[in-house]
Design a protein around this ligand. Structure first.
Ligand code: SF4
Length: 714
């Protein structure tokens, strides 16, 4: 047979604190009375009574010179007022977890909110909580009770509500009630105020009971949390026995069980639990050889549990700057309440949680989350510890930064400031200075665009006073080198890339493809003639390009930019055919004819013989630059990309006067204009402005020497 004692059996922090407060007063020679029994345990109350502690029902019953102790589950605000008015000395043992609820409902009431309290209306704690509400407050015991209240108060669907629970309420009941409130009431702010001491006792009791043949529940019959423990155990173990003291133990109840579990309420003194365990072990010892061993086991865990001195010692041994792990018990937009496992109420304010002044803690953490924290200060008197996550993070962050310097690990940070000589990036909560020379891939690049950006950096120096210096450049260079190697391994002619224009010259634009730079020659930027790349792109533009040529040895990449579908010649041949009449505009003239613009980028030639139905000595006699007129397409040479136009073809035949074909050579016989060398043939070379080597058609002297009836479109 084995006897297993729940680890959390016995006094909770709040009860222990209250009893200790009374004992301390007695030790200090004070005369003490308590407002109601200090705890729900007759044996402990009797023990204190033997030392002269009186129990009173009302403040006025406190005798002159007595200290009136307020017990752990608190009292209404009116009691404090009355004590003040009567000059009664108070010792307030209200558990900090309960006092926190008082604050919540007081503030809610002051804000005009209706307060809903889940719990036992007649319980002192609930009476105390209601006594801190200045406005409307209602109590419900469970889901059914809440549903009834909601039926009689349909206005609560819209009314601002604040809901709290008695600290000892059954966790499942509170969960169910919260679900209903969240579903029905759009304006309810719900606080999880069940004490972790209660919740963990209940959870542990359920687990132990499910694995035991018999459960012994030890505690006062008036103790509500012990009664709840009994119900929890009974739900999981058919043979659950309630005893107040060892004297009530009946050997028959457990002697034939193989596994006996023992739990005790939060107000059960350690001495009573020890007595129960000792008695059970003595009953069993003669019957089994395992008795001694089992007793040792039990005693060992018991000692762990009942070390009240250790509890007190652990409370006072919490040191400033000590690291602790806290489990979130409750959260409001501005404060988190955590259990740090020593019976101490821990609090983390918003400013100690985050450096963001607008942080909403309810969006950051959930009940049950664990947080790494550092103790800022403790108040042993109140059993409260003020904690900081920010400082924990900063210390942990600094350790990471120092380690990253040695390991050369790449860290991520956010640029928060541009300062003289460089920038500041926040990395793991630590300010890291990045000199301007280390902030960008190349020197001289502006730093302002980096503000607010996430950057990757290496720590290159750790100085005194937690000074860290970082380098973004080192990471950028490394990443660029890796990207470059990958590019040359994988890139092929025709591959498309998205790049950023990073610089320009008169003959082209250089594009960063993410690790390597390529050049778009000026002739590749547009189908029309342009004088400078800036007519098409700007530095910083994101552009879609494709690879026209690669020179792995010289590491040169020529890029294509203009799209085939934008080719004016393609547009012309798609849109028009020989015989079509098109509106044109005269753009230039030569001795042998006039050039007329059909589309942007496509000029056709109206040969001098096609200008009129009479002899024309020079084009200027009939036409002028800028003149708009209709012309007929009489020939399209797709190979040479030349278009011939005729105005004469549109004139009525009867208007045709004597026209000497001898005066003008027929267009077909005229040698074609020498085609301009194509700029795209130029390889991407910074020092080779191919456009200058590739004069455009209008500039070609060949036209003078060889007048043509057709002309290039480009
Ligand atoms: S059960 Fe929790 S709230 Fe109640 S007295 Fe104990 S520690 Fe405080």
């Amino acid at each position: 047979m084995s006897i297993r004692l729940a680890k959390t059996a016995g006094f909770c922090f709040g009860v222990n604190r209250a009893v200790q407060m009374v004992c301390d007063l007695l030790d200090a020679g004070e005369r003490v009375c308590t407002l109601g029994p200090i705890i729900h345990n007759d044996q402990m109350v009797a023990e204190l009574a033997a030392r002269g502690v009186r129990v009173v029902d009302r403040p006025e019953q406190a005798a002159e010179g007595e200290v009136l102790v307020i017990r752990s589950h608190g009292v209404p605000a009116a009691v404090y007022r009355e004590a003040r008015e009567r000059g009664i000395r108070l010792a307030d043992a209200t558990c900090p977890f309960v006092a926190k609820i008082h604050t919540i409902v007081r503030e809610a009431s002051a804000a005009g909110r209706t307060v809903l309290i889940a719990g036992d209306e007649a319980h002192g704690e609930v009476i105390g909580i209601r006594g801190h509400c200045d406005g409307a407050s209602y109590v419900f015991s469970d889901e059914a009770d809440l549903q009834n209240l909601l039926k009689t108060h349909p206005e609560w669907r819209e009314t601002p509500l604040t809901a709290v629970s008695q600290t000892t309420l059954h966790a499942k009941t509170w969960d169910a009630c919260q679900k209903i409130l969240k579903r029905v009431c759009t304006n309810a702010v719900i606080f999880d105020t069940i004490c972790n001491a209660t919740a963990s006792r209940q959870a542990e009791a359920a687990e132990l009971a499910a694995d035991s043949d018999t459960m012994i529940v030890v505690g006062g019959r008036q103790s509500s949390n012990t009664a709840k423990l009994y119900r929890v155990c009974a739900a999981h173990c058919g043979n659950t026995v309630f005893v107040e003291t060892a004297a009530e133990l009946n050997a028959e109840a457990f002697s034939r069980s193989r596994r006996v579990g023992v739990v005790a309420g939060a107000s059960t003194p350690a001495g009573i639990i020890k007595e129960v365990i000792d008695t059970m072990t003595e009953i069993l010892q003669p019957e089994t050889e395992q008795g001694t061993e089992e007793k040792e086991t039990v005693q060992k865990s018991f000692e762990e549990m009942t070390d009240e001195e250790a509890l007190e010692a652990s409370l006072s041994s919490l040191n400033t700057d000590q690291k602790v792990v806290g489990t979130v018990l409750a959260v409001s937009p501005t404060e988190i309440q955590v259990d740090i496992g020593r019976g101490v109420a821990g609090y983390v304010t918003a400013s100690e949680y985050s450096s963001d002044p607008a942080v909403d803690l309810t969006k950051e953490v959930q009940i049950g989350d664990t947080l790494n924290l550092i103790i800022l200060r403790t108040n042993d008197q109140e059993g409260i510890a003020m904690l900081s996550k920010r400082r924990y993070d900063a210390i942990a962050g600094w350790n990471d930064i120092v380690a990253a310097k040695d390991s050369e690990e790449i860290l991520t940070g956010t640029v928060t400031e541009i300062i003289k000589g460089g920038l500041v990036a926040m990395v793991k909560g630590i300010r890291v200075f990045v000199p301007a020379s280390q902030a960008t891939a190349s020197r001289g690049e502006p730093l302002e665009p980096l503000k607010g950006q996430d950057v990757r950096l290496r720590i290159i120096e750790i100085g005194r006073g937690r000074r860290a210096v970082g380098s973004i450049r080192s990471v950028l260079r490394e990443e660029r080198k890796a990207a470059e190697e990958k590019f040359w391994e994988t890139a092929g002619v025709g591959d498309t890339y998205t790049g950023v224009v990073k610089s320009m010259t008169s003959y082209g634009a250089f594009v960063d493809l993410g690790g390597v730079d390529g050049m778009i020659h000026i002739s590749e930027l547009s189908w029309q003639r342009i004088k400078h790349p800036s007519e098409v792109v700007s530095i910083g533009d994101t552009v879609e390009v494709y690879i026209k040529g690669l020179d792995p040895e010289k590491k040169k990449i020529s890029l294509g930019y203009k799209k085939p579908e934008d080719n004016p010649w393609t547009i012309l041949t798609t849109k028009y055919a020989v015989g079509d009449v098109v509106p044109v505009k005269i753009v230039s003239m030569t001795d042998y004819g006039a050039f007329a613009r059909i589309l942007p980028g496509v000029d056709g030639l109206i040969h001098i013989s096609q200008i009129a139905n009479k002899h024309v000595t020079k084009p200027q006699d009939e036409l002028s630059i800028g003149q708009e007129l209709d012309a007929k397409i009489i020939n399209i040479d797709t190979e040479k990309k030349r278009v011939s136009l005729s105005v004469r073809a549109l004139l009525p035949e009867e208007d045709e006067v004597a026209y000497s074909t001898e005066t003008a050579a027929p267009a077909e016989e005229t040698p074609a204009v020498e085609e301009a060398p194509v700029a795209e043939e130029s390889v991407v070379e910074e020092a080779a402005p191919a456009v200058e080597e590739a004069p455009a058609v209008e500039e070609a002297p060949a036209a003078e020497e060889a007048p043509a009836a057709e002309e290039t479109a480009e």
